[in-house]
Design a protein around this ligand. Structure first.
Ligand SMILES: *[C@@H]1O[C@H](CO)[C@@H](O)[C@H](O)[C@H]1NC(C)=O
Ligand SMILES: *[C@@H]1O[C@H](CO)[C@@H](O)[C@H](O)[C@H]1NC(C)=O
Ligand SMILES: *[C@@H]1O[C@H](CO)[C@@H](O)[C@H](O)[C@H]1NC(C)=O
Length: 188
């Protein structure tokens, strides 16, 4: 392209063509103002609650749904998948105020130590959080004192959420484990 004029005109037509094409694509850049996010600083929220993993008895909320042929021989029950709809309460007692549910699953994903893959949603039902959800995807080595799992998103009040959840075992019984969760999230 020896002629600089032709070169510039080519660039002009190419960019013009691209802009015109962009208005017909399924994705485009928009201003945060479209969603009312201008001058809206991100908030940092801390939620603390107790998670009840009830694996037996009349009020069972967590059920093993699938396992691998090798699961029974595995010291870590590798391959077992548990589906749960566990209550979340304000205090360690199951009879205390319910603030939401932990709905999702955990799967034994480590062959040489007890380590779960956690895939779950916290569905909150209390106060201003009622109807809002947070999604967690993380690794849970259940016998370590503090387990940290990423909060990968949320809905409702928690749109655009990102943060982390820390889990600490509060009580470990035969039919129930009570886990304290401290969740820290940025959201708008
Ligand atoms: C199961 O739930 C019922 C109703 O909430 C309650 O009365 C009962 O004590 C619970 N049973 C156990 C073993 O927790
Ligand atoms: C949460 O919202 C639902 C649906 O809007 C409502 O039925 C329920 O009473 C609310 N719960 C609390 C504790 O405010
Ligand atoms: C949160 O999850 C509930 C189910 O527990 C769902 O009905 C609701 O639509 C979700 N909230 C939002 C804001 O998406």
């Amino acid at each position: 392209m020896a002629n600089p004029f032709i070169f510039i005109m080519t660039i002009f037509f190419l960019s013009h063509f691209t802009t015109a094409a962009e208005t017909h694509t399924f994705g485009r850049t928009i201003s945060p103002a479209t969603l009312g996010l201008t001058n809206k600083p991100q908030k940092l929220s801390h939620l603390r609650f107790f998670f009840h993993d009830i694996i037996g008895g009349p009020n069972q909320t967590a059920f093993r749904i699938v396992e691998a042929p090798a699961t029974v021989k595995s010291p870590t029950r590798f391959g077992a998948v548990v589906m749960m709809d566990n209550p979340l309460t304000e205090l360690p007692e199951l009879g205390s105020k319910v603030v939401g549910r932990a709905q999702g699953m955990y799967a034994s994903a480590s062959m040489d130590e007890l380590g779960y893959l956690m895939v779950l949603n916290f569905a909150f039902t209390e106060g201003k959080y009622n109807g809002s959800n947070l999604s967690v995807l993380g690794r849970n080595r259940v016998f370590s004192a503090v387990r940290e799992m990423p909060v990968v998103g949320g809905s409702g009040l928690f749109r655009f959420a990102h943060g982390y959840a820390q889990a600490r075992t509060h009580f470990l019984g035969e039919l129930e484990a009570v886990v304290e969760y401290n969740v820290y999230v940025f959201h708008y």
